[in-house]
Design a protein around this ligand. Sequence first.
Ligand SMILES: O=C(O)C1=C[C@@H](OP(=O)(O)O)[C@@H](O)[C@H](O)C1
Ligand SMILES: C=C(OP(=O)(O)O)C(=O)O
Length: 416
Amino acid sequence: MKSSLLQTEPSLYKNLTGTVQLPSSKSESNRALIINALAGFKSTLQNLSEARDTQTLQRLLADTDAPVWDVLDAGTTMRFLTAYAALQGLHKQLTGTERMCQRPIGILVDALRVLGAQIEYKAAEGFPPIQITDFQYSGKNKIQIVGNVSSQYISALAMVAPLLPDGLTIELTGAVGSWPYIQMTLDLMSHFGIKLIVENQVIRIPAGRYNENTAFAVESDWSGASYWYSMAAFAQQANILLKGLKANSLQGDSQIVTFMQELGVQTYFEADGARLIKTHEPTDLATMTWDFTDCPDLAQTVVVLAAAKGYPISFTGLQSLRIKETDRIKALQQELETFGVKLTETSPSVFGLVGKWQAPPHLPLIHTYDDHRMAMAFAPVALRQAVRIEDIGVVAKSYPRFWDDLRSMGFRLSNL
Ligand SMILES: O=C(O)C1=C[C@@H](OP(=O)(O)O)[C@@H](O)[C@H](O)C1
Ligand SMILES: C=C(OP(=O)(O)O)C(=O)O
């Protein structure tokens, strides 16, 4: 595989200005697609994401006859389709990339089995590929599920719960990670007509039908927006309009607004999006600990920025990063080493950055670990120094036009 060279003129570092049409949120798109499928494909979904994960889900939902659904590397697609196929008793095998077959699904499968699904593992217990064969309702209308492994299991269960004769009460046990993603699911279910109740960690979902013919427009992707915030923070001056973002978002990753405000990037909401202005360079920042429990997909963006800028930030809530597209903690540790920075666990579950960022003597190569967010989180570094990116193709998972958007802002990308 050929790596690519990403570089900029010094003038871009001095002043980064332009407009970006962000991709739509894949999380919102994937929920809307599942709910619309459960309601008979009759609604009008606008701005569905061009992310490969969403395109894959859309294609598989339409491929009703296929005995095997290959989700590639899409976590939500795997988890959502598992619950979707299981509760309808569809005869399906679900599989994915080698990495997808290392990402756990046992918690969801156990819950679906309790409800009456017949699901077998085709290889390792607790991991895809799985074979779904039948559904015979067990009569259970309450279930407990752990909240700190992946919220995707809970979203998957919640979306199919109205199909059960008595609905379903889902009790989340222990600490809950990625809660805003669960809230997004519940908000979308409400939008499509399900009247559910949430009390602390208990979600009560009544039996019912999703409304047909309901319009829904997907918002731009806040996770994708985070890389532009990072670029604005890197640059000396920045004025970037990110189109399609709204102040009141369903997406928890809109938390990036608050994080970046601390780091000198202010957000102004306009009629057609969010304008990012670099207002100042934070100089004497107090030592801070930032929690990514609710927004794990922002972690790589902020860790790389903090490492490069020497911001005194410690990080918590990174546990779920170990079971995503790659072990993201390990991947960050390895890549930051190239620049002389260590990401270390200073006390249980708290990660700190040690060492001063240094340009390596040779053109640095950023390894991408089949992880879109590794490539995108390191791309802003090119405002300071040229970098090689191992596989630029990884961005297709969530933000296929990422490099085109960088080019339109003045970045140069070439094959090596
Ligand atoms: O439900 C979703 O759309 C997502 C939930 C999160 O996963 P976890 O719940 O596994 O943290 C997030 O990391 C992922 O990118 C998308
Ligand atoms: C973790 C991610 O996605 P998924 O779990 O859906 O593969 C992501 O997009 O960062």
